[in-house]
Write a protein that binds this ligand. Structure first.
Ligand SMILES: C[S@@+](CC[C@H](N)C(=O)[O-])C[C@H]1O[C@@H](n2cnc3c(N)ncnc32)[C@H](O)[C@@H]1O
Length: 311
């Protein structure tokens, strides 16, 4: 990603929240409650690419934080420590007793259940190998498309036999930007060309899990959708006082910043690939930037939520 990763991940939170499929969320939360097994000791979860702890914070906000142990791993120390601080603050505000033990956070809910969150900076594959496995489940949101499918499978096998995986918001190689622009096809095609397997991670992973004997029990669409303000029936440019409100006001929460980062990332990746003539790419970037400022830019990325038993 181009720019500040903490700001980007925070700006993505409302987009992520809308995108999650109910089917995978329900299966994941049932697994966290361990409805079918012995839940007395709580659940043990390994999370790869935890970022600013968006998954834990979502569970907290929904009253669905489990008891047990959660290992949150990210290669980027800055985002993970920002996530740790936000999780600590939000848990305190939600009535949890928050304590520190070594570098871990202990979150005690008002009913006495405790979640121990361990934080590890490093490559998730190395940390998983070092921890030696035994987790009930492995979680990775907006992450599985970054690795080779075989590496993802290796990571999931950190779970104990019979364990589960939850891979929400896994990109699947399709991006749409609106309104149409004549250079969309070459720019988007070139952008996907810079990604591993042209970005078709969810399809490849579902196939790979099936070949290994355990296709996902839930495979559901979870697209990122940011509608243009004009498509939401709002006046993007005019606040009635004759002043331009700008992109920040035209999109909900921090979603203008989310779109800005995406545009910058697409343009930087395509420029580096050399697959599109500079003048064409610059024209596309300028038009898209102006549309963003006016609240006219719409964006869809096709994702899937994959949940199942680790093959
Ligand atoms: C798109 S972000 C998603 C963050 C978070 N899961 C969320 O949904 O908000 C991907 C994260 O994976 C991290 N990352 C990338 N490669 C990694 C690796 N090999 N091991 C651990 N973390 C990695 C990045 O630093 C980034 O924080």
């Amino acid at each position: 990603m181009e720019g500040d990763d903490v700001a980007y991940l925070e700006a993505a939170r409302t987009v992520d929240a809308r995108a999650h499929s109910d089917a995978a969320t329900d299966a994941f939360r049932a697994a966290l409650r361990n409805d079918e097994g012995d839940s007395s000791g709580g659940v043990a979860v390994f999370e790869a690419g935890a970022g600013t702890c968006g998954m834990l914070r979502r569970l907290l906000a929904d009253g669905a934080l489990p008891a047990g142990e959660w290992v949150a791993v990210d290669a980027d120390e800055r985002v993970l420590s920002a996530g740790r601080e936000r999780l600590r603050a939000e848990a305190g505000a939600a009535g949890y007793a928050v304590a520190e033990a070594d570098d871990d956070l202990l979150l005690r809910d008002p009913d006495g259940g405790v979640l121990r969150v361990r934080f590890a900076v490093g490559d998730a594959r190395t940390v998983a190998a070092d921890r030696g496995g035994g987790f009930d489940g492995v979680v990775a949101r907006s992450f599985a498309d970054l690795l080779d499918p075989d590496d993802v499978l290796g990571l999931l096998r950190t779970a104990a036999p019979g364990g589960w995986y939850h891979l929400p918001l896994t990109f699947d190689g399709e991006t749409r930007v609106s309104p149409p622009h004549p250079a969309d096809d070459p720019v988007i095609e070139a952008f996907h060309g810079t990604m591993r397997n042209r970005g078709r991670a969810a399809t490849l992973l579902a196939e790979r899990f099936g070949e290994a004997g355990s296709p996902p029990s839930v495979d559901a669409r979870s697209d990122w959708v940011v509608e243009a303000a004009t498509d939401r029936g709002e006046e993007a440019e005019d606040d009635g006082k004759g002043t331009d409100r700008g992109a920040g006001a035209a999109y909900p929460a921090g979603e203008a910043a989310f779109l800005r980062t995406l545009l910058d990332t697409v343009v930087a990746a395509v420029r580096e690939s050399g697959a599109v003539a500079d003048a064409t790419l610059s024209g596309w970037a300028e038009t898209r930037g102006s549309q963003l400022e006016r609240g006219e830019l719409g964006y869809v990325a096709v994702n899937r939520d994959l949940f199942g038993r680790v093959p």
